[in-house]
Design a protein around this ligand. Structure first.
Ligand code: HEC
Length: 369
């Protein structure tokens, strides 16, 4: 009898121990991790790096969720779109299955949140803080982007100018940028003349970002070099240092605000004067396809600049505009608007402005349509 009791207690103890030790490792099947283990590891691997091609039996490369240069820049909504409707929702392969309706929207949110754990470095700003780019106001988010902006004078003589901006990120918070402007102007009935303007080189650093507060703040130092032919109206003929701050703030209801303010400091003030500028862009994003499709972002910018000279005036412009994502991947976008002088309008043209933007990190120009 005693022996039976002893064996029984031992057994019960063993059970209790097993239950105890199992607790830490137990994963609730409905938790983000539980869903990931059940539905995603076969392809994405338990460590999020993607299992080898020989195991999955398809050629398409799998994303590496542990790569912080990739994961954090993608917004939750983009990942939720892919998990809900499958790879084609963002112009990816069909091999990435659609989990709607097998998983509920809440379960998809949970598994996407679980994916966030794979990059363990909080220094990388999150893609949600990558707000729609306005025509003039510069963003705080560090980008891998190429943008071609065209401005056409609608008043005050014929002129067309274009600006190619190339931006490249390095590390979690840094970005290099180069700006090449060029233009064509009508010469009072003597045909059109063209030329390149002042090339600018800049370095941006994110000083603060928080998804919880919905804000991001950066400083940029830019040098504008006198590469343009000043005599023909292209460029200032003097090197100008242009430090500026930029700030982005997410607001409720997919609205946002962006600020940029800075100074222009020419190395010689004979040819160009010191000046200050400040810019605000306010807008709201509307998304088609139940929140996962094409995004339309109407915005309005208020643009001010003023020379630092006694008696100088502040010029104000207003620029209503509409940005839209063109590709399914949402890495190619366009923005179209008008820049209208609001004060001191004499000699300042109304300009029609538009850009084409390519986030080249997310895919080639022909990918993801
Ligand atoms: C049958 C294999 C397979 C399964 C199962 C699978 N995936 Fe994928 N997933 C892929 C492939 C392949 C890609 C890359 C597609 C491409 O690049 O064209 C991908 C891409 C993704 C992406 C897009 C990443 C980016 O580039 O922005 C996300 C997010 C994702 N998967 C999440 C999940 C989650 C979460 C699960 C489980 C609920 C899951 N996947 C299950 C194969 C799979």
């Amino acid at each position: 009898m005693a022996i039976v009791l002893l064996v029984l207690t031992l057994c019960l103890n063993a059970f209790a121990l097993a239950a105890e030790s199992g607790k830490g490792a137990a994963v609730k099947p409905e938790s983000g991790e539980g869903i990931y283990r059940a539905a995603c590891t076969a392809c994405h691997g338990p460590n999020g790096k993607g299992v080898s091609r020989s195991v999955v039996g398809f050629e398409n490369p799998l994303p590496d969720f542990t790569d912080c240069n990739f994961g954090p820049r993608e917004a939750n909504n983009d990942w939720a779109a892919v998990v809900t409707h499958g790879g084609p929702a963002r112009g990816f392969s069909r091999i990435m299955p659609a989990f709607h309706p097998a998983l509920t929207a809440e379960e998809i949110d949970r598994v996407v949140e679980y994916l966030r754990g794979f990059c363990r470095e909080p220094a990388w700003p999150r893609g949600e803080l990558n707000l729609p780019r306005a025509l003039v106001t510069e963003k705080a988010f560090p980008e891998d982007e190429a943008v071609v902006t065209t401005s056409i004078n609608a008043t005050e003589g014929s002129a067309v100018s274009q600006k190619v901006v190339y931006e490249r990120r390095f590390g979690a918070r840094n970005q290099f940028e180069a700006v090449l402007p060029y233009g064509f102007a009508g010469r009072n009935g003597a045909g059109w003349g063209g030329g390149i303007g002042d090339i600018a080189l800049g370095y941006k650093r994110v000083l603060f970002h928080s998804l919880r507060h919905g804000s991001i703040f950066s400083l940029t130092g830019e040098a504008v070099l006198p590469t343009g032919d000043r005599a023909r109206g292209f460029g200032k003929g003097v090197t100008v240092f242009e430090p500026f701050a930029s700030y982005g703030q997410i607001l409720p209801g997919d609205s946002f605000l962006q600020f940029q303010g800075g100074v222009e400091l020419p190395t010689h003030t004979d040819d160009a004067s010191r000046a200050g500028f400040w810019r605000v862009a306010a807008g709201k994003t509307f998304t088609q396809g139940g929140g996962f499709g094409r995004a339309w972002s109407p915005m309005v910018e208020l643009l001010a600049d003023r020379d630092f000279e006694p008696g100088a005036r502040t010029n104000w412009d207003v620029a209503p505009q509409l940005q839209v994502t063109l590709s399914t991947r949402q890495h190619i976008m366009a923005n179209f608007g008008v820049r209208i002088p609001a004060t001191h309008t004499a000699g300042r043209p109304v300009q029609i402005m538009f850009y084409l933007l390519w986030d080249w990190f997310d895919g080639g120009l022909r990918d993801g349509w």
